[in-house]
Design a protein around this ligand. Sequence first.
Ligand code: SF4
Length: 255
Amino acid sequence: MTNLNVSCIQRFSTGDGPGIRTTVFLKGCNLKCPWCHNPENISPAPQTLCYNTGKKITYGKMMTADEIFDDVIEDIDFYRESGGGVTFSGGEPLLQSKNLSELAKALKDKGISVLVDTAGCVPWDNFEDVICCTDIFFYDYKTADEVLCKTVINADKALILSNLKRLIKENKTVHVRIPLIPGFNESAEECEKIIKDLTESGVKYVDLLPFHRLGSSKYEAMGLEYAYKNVTPPKKEDIEKIKSIYEKYFTVSIE
Ligand code: SF4
């Protein structure tokens, strides 16, 4: 029986793919985005967040694929009625692709839609583990700049791009998700570079995710300094401007 390192399971998610979904957040990430909204999911070790209200929440426990299956299957009627399903997010869920494959297959066999939300910086073999039973990939594309990719988020652009191209070549449904991070990737010039990579890869759908600071209380609760605590989220008109740049090439939504 395989085990997965689960951070938390969130029912009735409406922002993690089509319809009503259960999102299973897997713990552990190989990137280090300084704006990360889910810092509790980066380390694979269990962590207790102590909020200044006195509330404490522990993230991280090993669960068998069967335990997770029994948990998420409870809402099967909601998935069917709404066109929803189960989303695996993180962290980076594909760091646990071997163990995830058994669970994803079991869900698929029940006719439940499976979505994997990945940053794409893993060997192609990890995609192979789940590709047959994944209906949709949410695929982060944070920058087209190789150096920024390496130095700011600890990622390998060449690997991310080659996995993206291969997924599209294999006719998978891929929604590219671009976080709009002030000072990092929201200038018109950066957008054009990202667009070039994505059009060359055959991308059709792009979701823009404007930066917000909702995760900052988590940093406090972890006793960490949030590098983006004083960064102002982009204004509505700036988001619309960026959207209009991307819209010339892709179907765009703003999350
Ligand atoms: S890839 Fe996602 S989970 Fe990992 S550090 Fe970046 S924003 Fe956080």
